[in-house]
Design a protein around this ligand. Structure first.
Ligand SMILES: [Ca+2]
Ligand SMILES: [Ca+2]
Ligand SMILES: [Ca+2]
Length: 210
């Protein structure tokens, strides 16, 4: 999506600088958005055994931490070494994106340990992280209440620590709906030649203005 925003100003410049420059047809512009898959919450998904399968495509869905305050939502994904996994939560239980206060975690199935975690890197008290897989294999993404396993000290902890309970053995207490966005970008990104051509158009137009 951000790539598209980058391109648009270039196209505007190209269009205003010279009417003789042929802009690409819509069919020539790579489709960078609009193809997101929808994630549908299927409980129980609160352990690695019952984790929902995530296929690695750009995906978004509305999930929730259940009212009991002990809910965790797990996703299972296969990554190749070097793949960049990104997970973002946006709490939508209130208008300021602060409820529920989520934590997001990545767990390696190989080691059973938390390998990445974030608390408030997203909007409001939402969470956001990107993780580069060091080795190919199965990984899990978990979303829980932040006090289930405080994200600041979560890396290296066993996945069993994600149990829906805080350090005192009480429910983590976070409940409510949140938007989850997941994506995987491969370690080697093929150069989009059409995109390069469009960018070239913009550069050409800028040069002609001088
Ligand atoms: Ca769950
Ligand atoms: Ca849930
Ligand atoms: Ca948080």
């Amino acid at each position: 999506m951000k790539l598209a925003y980058t391109i648009l100003p270039l196209l505007t410049v190209a269009a205003s600088a010279s009417a003789s420059i042929k802009l690409p047809d819509k069919s020539e512009i790579p489709v960078l958005s609009g193809a997101e898959a929808t994630l549908i919450e299927v409980e129980p998904n609160s352990t690695i055994v019952t984790a929902q399968t995530y296929d690695g495509s750009p995906s978004v869905g509305v999930f929730s931490l259940a009212p009991a305050g002990t809910d965790i939502d797990f996703f299972q994904v296969s990554l190749n070494a070097g793949d960049f996994l990104t997970g973002i939560t946006a709490p939508i239980g209130n208008a300021t994106f602060t409820d529920p206060d989520t934590g997001i975690y990545v767990v390696s199935a190989l080691t059973g340990l938390v390998v990445a975690a974030d608390d408030d890197g997203g909007q409001g008290l939402g969470s956001a992280l990107t993780y580069a897989a060091p080795v190919s294999g199965v990984y899990f993404v978990a979303v829980s209440g932040f006090s289930d396993l405080p994200p600041g000290s979560a890396v290296g902890e066993p996945v069993a620590s994600l149990n829906g309970l805080d350090a005192d053995g009480l429910p983590h207490g976070e409940a409510g709906p949140y938007i989850i966005t997941l994506s995987v970008v491969p370690s080697v990104i093929p150069e989009p030649t059409t995109l390069a051509a469009i960018a070239g158009l913009g550069v050409l137009a800028l040069r002609r203005r001088k």
